[in-house]
Write a protein that binds this ligand. Structure first.
Ligand code: MG
Length: 402
């Protein structure tokens, strides 16, 4: 039997329609068999066949990838000029400078650049003028001497009063968290640029919710809450970074999850590195100024657990003991409390919310979810007469209502 090109084309067309890799592999196997059965296999270069097959697979992959273009992580390409720019909001009267609380690490208070370094670890090459640190174009980024992970960061900055340049060339700098996520600093006052690159954007990824920029030369603030990404033992990303930003006191980034390290043109991918890394300010060729920079290191988000787990003493009350407690109790300062029963459990209602009671003894009850205590007193017949509710250091008393 002679091999025919038309046969191969027919099978190739069918092959392209196959999307499943297993079917592709089977088709490859079958195709080779067809050629071998053709009897003229030697006249057909296997390399030629492989080349055609490779091109076909490439085309198949390209078609498959093309279908994924509609699934951009944010729905937008980076720096899309058509992306909707945020609404302009006028900030309120300035409350700056906002001085650091007692637990803050002061990174710049106008005196010196001791807390800052150049990229080579040497002295920072920015200058201080009038107790303000200023980017020296071409001098490079400045990095904090200390390293940080999860932080609350306060930064005050001002774009150059003398307006020069446009779009990304006007008052450009940036605040970098963990050395990888840039909160863009830009003169975005009456300065059109792409939405994901204006002041307060997570650069190239998320525009701010509103544009609350002050005029060039005026002091502005960023208050940033940053949670670093987390990784598994295998180094794989478990959770991306999260970032919240207030610009001039207005929320502009609400716990957003950066896609990866920010960058011009295309973002990078997360990779496990040091948990704590220097913060940095960008030199983008414009003399942007900074002052009053402080940071608070944040504790882990997990709740500190008590040294002893909750393991209360629980006794079983006899049904007749329990039923005697059911009823209303008149507070000595007015109002009524009530003990009810449901499915064999007692509940204490203070303001309509039934709180499950945990009997520690016939005289004393705890509450399942609340650190309160209920003390009961009885007459000689074993009927409750008084109820004392211990809560928050106070004792509120009640007597059994008739
Ligand atoms: Mg920048």
């Amino acid at each position: 039997m002679l091999y025919r090109w038309s046969n191969l084309r027919l099978s190739w067309d069918s092959f392209r329609a196959m999307r499943n890799r297993a079917i592709r592999a089977q088709a490859l196997h079958t195709g080779l068999n067809v050629i071998q059965r053709a009897g003229r296999v030697r006249s057909i270069s296997f390399h030629w066949f492989r080349t055609v097959l490779g091109l076909g697979l490439f085309a198949s992959t390209a078609i498959h990838s093309a279908s994924a273009f509609g699934q951009l992580p944010t729905g937008w390409k980076a720096h899309d000029w058509d992306r909707q720019r945020p609404e302009i909001v006028a900030p309120g009267a300035s409350n700056l400078p906002l001085l650091p609380p007692s637990d803050a690490v002061v990174l710049f208070d106008g005196k010196n650049l001791d807390e800052w370094r150049a990229s080579d670890g040497g002295p920072a090459k920015w200058v201080i003028k009038d107790q303000v640190m200023e980017s020296v174009p071409g001098s490079g980024y400045v990095f904090t001497a200390k390293s940080f992970g999860d932080v609350q960061l306060h930064v005050e900055w001002a774009a150059p009063e003398k307006v020069q340049g446009k779009s990304q060339g006007r008052g450009n700098s940036g605040v970098f968290l963990q050395g990888m996520i840039e909160v863009q600093v830009l003169d975005s006052f009456e300065n059109i640029t792409y939405a994901d690159g204006q002041a307060g954007s997570i650069y190239g990824q998320y525009p701010p919710m509103v544009n609350v920029s002050r005029k060039p030369g005026e002091w502005q603030s960023y208050d940033i809450v940053y949670r670093k990404p987390s990784f598994g033992e295998d180094g794989k990303l478990q959770q991306p970074a999260r970032i919240t930003v207030f610009h001039n006191g207005v929320l502009i980034q609400d716990n957003v999850r950066p896609l990866g390290p920010t960058s011009w043109l295309q973002h990078g991918n997360y990779s496990k590195g040091e948990d704590k890394r220097p913060l940095s300010f960008q030199d983008h060729g414009n003399p942007v100024r900074y002052r009053n920079v402080w940071v608070r290191e944040l504790p882990p988000e997990s709740i500190v657990q008590p040294e002893k787990p909750y393991d209360p003493v629980i006794v079983s009350l006899k049904p007749e003991q329990q039923s005697k407690l059911i009823g209303k109790y008149a507070r000595t300062d007015g109002g009524l409390w009530e003990i009810t029963e449901k499915s064999g459990k007692l509940y204490f209602s203070v303001f309509g919310t039934p709180l499950e009671m945990i009997p520690h003894s016939v005289d004393e009850f705890g509450l399942k979810y609340t650190a309160g205590k209920i003390e009961l007193k009885y007459d000689e017949a074993g009927n409750p007469t008084d109820l004392h509710f211990h809560m928050g250091g106070d004792i509120t008393k009640a007597t059994r209502a008739k």
